[in-house]
Design a protein around this ligand. Structure first.
Ligand code: UDP
Ligand code: MG
Length: 338
């Protein structure tokens, strides 16, 4: 049975977000105020900002905000671990204390007013609610086309992704518990969460421009994100190389037979060009194959090591919700930041 007033935690990963943080806190606070007033969520609900090793004032803003605003709590990671892992840190932290968790980016590109719809679906028994963008008008042409290509390609490989869904979603405690059973280090949440199952639904919204600041996902990070997504979910690339190998082998048998026949018939060939070309072609293909195999071995290597994905430096969340009294937390704050 779902609780009538679930404790909601909104997890917000932040990396160098000093320009948007206050506005984000303000807008999320008003969402929580409204939901509490409607008695849709518990008044103990929280906003959990995860500072992913920012190099600007992000953390001091979070800390300051948490002294003024009862909803606001923070989690400071010891260094930058990237969006997916920072998000996971927040989800794992929030899991024990919350009945449901919404994850959202700090930049206010996602429409915060649909959190209410998420909660309504939660009350109807959905364990996972995906926020889906209606269109990507506000993204650049480049980002739009590469993203579309990526979704198509992933689908071709048989990886189940919710189309046009980023990491704006609600997950219930049960779904989070299932998620925590995925022990892999190469995290691609968008691929893993649909694998969990349970009752789910989508909520469509319009994606806006970034409120302030610039994207923290430059091309390099985007490519590595896509590459990770593909190689941690599918062996299709390596299968492709294997079949290419078989195909080339088949071709070389035919070509070899042809060359032998030509030779016995007495036709001579300079042959140098074709030799050189094939040496390079096959050499290149082999290297490519070895590279792909190496990619998977690298992944096995990382998984086997089972390294912790992040280290938490300061945890205001447990302090606020745990054994500390409110005044004590405030005192702690003062000692630490002021
Ligand atoms: N982010 C993070 N760690 C990183 C990069 C990004 O926590 O290393 C956060 C960032 O602060 C934001 C979210 O991930 O809240 C999404 O990043 P961004 O909005 O820059 O990506 P885009 O919307 O441009 O794809
Ligand atoms: Mg963004």
């Amino acid at each position: 049975m779902k609780q009538s007033q679930p404790l909601l935690t909104i997890v917000v990963p932040c990396y160098n977000e000093e320009e948007v943080l206050e506005e984000t806190a303000k807008q999320l606070t008003s969402v929580l105020d409204d939901l509490t007033a409607e008695e849709l969520i518990s008044s103990e609900s929280k906003i959990l900002f995860v500072d992913d090793g920012s190099r600007d004032r992000t953390w001091s803003l979070i800390a300051m905000e948490s002294t003024k605003n009862d909803y606001v709590t923070g989690l400071k990671l010891a260094r930058n671990v990237g969006h997916q892992k920072a998000l996971l840190a927040g989800l794992e932290k929030a899991k024990d204390k919350s009945d449901c968790v919404v994850s959202i980016d700090a930049d206010l590109q996602d429409d915060v007013s649909v959190i209410r719809d998420f909660i309504l679906h939660y009350h109807e028994g959905c364990e996972i609610v995906y926020g889906v963008r209606r269109c990507r008008k506000t993204d650049t042409f480049f980002k739009r086309t590469t993203a579309l290509g990526f979704y198509r390609f992933m689908n071709k490989l048989g990886i189940n992704l919710v189309y046009n869904h980023a990491d704006y979603r609600l997950m219930s405690k049960r779904a989070l518990e299932e998620l925590s059973r995925f022990k892999e280090a190469n995290l691609f949440l968008r691929g893993i969460i649909p694998m969990i199952g349970f009752k789910w639904t989508e909520v469509i919204y319009d994606r806006k421009e970034r409120f302030a600041g610039e994207t923290k996902y430059p091309l390099k990070k985007m490519l590595s994100f896509a590459f990770d997504g593909i190689t941690s979910f599918s062996v299709a690339p390596i299968r492709f190389i294997t079949s290419l190998g078989f195909f080339l082998f088949f071709l070389s048998v035919i070509a070899g037979a042809y060359a032998l026949i030509q030779k016995t018939l007495g036709y001579t060939n300079a042959g140098w060009t074709s030799l050189i070309i094939s040496i390079w072609l096959i050499g290149g293909l082999q290297l490519m194959g070895i590279g792909m195999i190496g990619e998977y071995i690298g992944k096995i290597f990382m998984e086997v090591k089972g390294r912790p994905k992040y280290a938490i430096d300061i945890d205001l969340y447990s302090e606020r919700l745990g054994h500390f009294q409110h005044d004590e937390t405030d005192m702690l704050m003062e000692e630490r930041f002021i």
